[in-house]
Design a protein around this ligand. Structure first.
Ligand code: PAF
Length: 301
């Protein structure tokens, strides 16, 4: 990796076409600068801001893309009502010192006649993929396109979307993409709810009930620290906590191997507790990473 020659910061530049974005990135890489990309769908919150700060520590220029990707939404999902807060987002990006906002139109990303999609086999069909068929094909396709356009040295993702990160990493490896995937910790509200653009959909009661996800993960951490190693037992208590809340409905709660995303029969190596839970009509996800460390396990929530 060449040394990052930090050029003087310029005001945020907004780019709408792939061609201009590619030119700006090429210019940066010719000047031996390190390009960082944070792909987003907008409605930016502290979770995104933490990715931007991480990128600013390593990269210049920093590119944030805002594109609500139709390919990753199912027919009955919230594509039509996904929050759009472009003005607010732009102001935030300016104050965070982001160099480029890449905000393409859908017709720019998927012009008439677009036919290609990326499918990461074996990792895309389970968990989120089972509940949201085609979702990860849409994610992998748009992330690959964004990486091709921006050519980032580093590309930043939040760990809340643990399955997404696993799939993107696999795609980057399989397709020899010259970008490094950087994953950053989950950012939570003071009461533990993982930050998400979809939290905006929650009414007061649903918002309170939604803290059950974090509480159930904390209980699992407590149980593991007291020696529990049986995924069935751990999941039993997680479900009990979630099902106690009348507004919550569990879509799935699983403990899986980090690499294969297959359920484990015993905690070993690195595992993930993955949750998808409806609070009212809003589907929320959350997770905890369990890492074997000598004879004990560290649980990162
Ligand atoms: O995590 C998201 O916001 C989206 O899945 C991503 C990575 C921006 C692709 O549309």
């Amino acid at each position: 990796m060449p040394p990052n020659r930090r050029a003087k910061r310029r005001p945020l530049e907004i780019i709408h076409t792939a061609e201009w974005m590619r030119l700006a990135s090429r210019e940066a890489s010719v000047a031996a600068r390190v390009v960082g990309l944070i792909p987003t769908m907008g409605a930016l919150h502290d979770g995104h801001f933490s990715l931007i700060r991480a990128a600013r520590g390593q990269c210049s220029p920093v590119v944030v893309s805002i594109f609500v990707n139709p390919l990753q939404f199912g027919a009955n999902e919230d594509f039509g009502k996904y929050p759009l807060t472009m003005e607010k987002d732009r102001t935030a990006l300016e104050s965070l010192g982001v160099d480029y906002l890449f905000a393409p139109e859908s017709s720019e990303m998927y012009p008439p006649g677009f036919r290609t999609s990326i499918h990461v086999e074996g990792l895309s069909e389970r968990l989120e993929g089972r509940s949201r068929p085609g979702h990860f094909q849409g994610v992998a396709t748009v992330v690959l396109k964004l990486m091709e356009i921006v050519q980032p040295n580093f590309c930043y993702f939040g760990r809340k979307d643990a399955q997404q990160i696993r799939i993107v990493r696999q795609m980057v490896r399989d397709l020899d993409i010259a970008s490094e995937v950087v994953d950053c910790p989950i950012v939570r509200e003071p009461d533990g709810l993982a930050m998400s653009s979809r939290n905006e959909y929650l009414n007061n009661d649903e918002r309170v009930a939604a803290t059950g996800l974090h509480r159930s993960l904390k209980r699992a951490r407590e149980n593991i620290s007291h020696g529990e190693r049986n995924p069935g037992q751990l999941l039993g208590e997680i479900r009990e906590i979630l099902e106690r809340e009348p507004l919550l409905r569990v879509d799935y709660a699983e403990i899986v191997d980090v690499h294969t995303l297959e359920p484990v029969v015993k905690l070993r190596g690195e595992c993930l507790i993955l949750l998808a839970v409806f609070s009212g009509r809003t589907r929320l996800i959350d997770n905890a990473l369990i890492t074997e460390s000598g004879r004990s396990f560290v649980v990162t929530i």
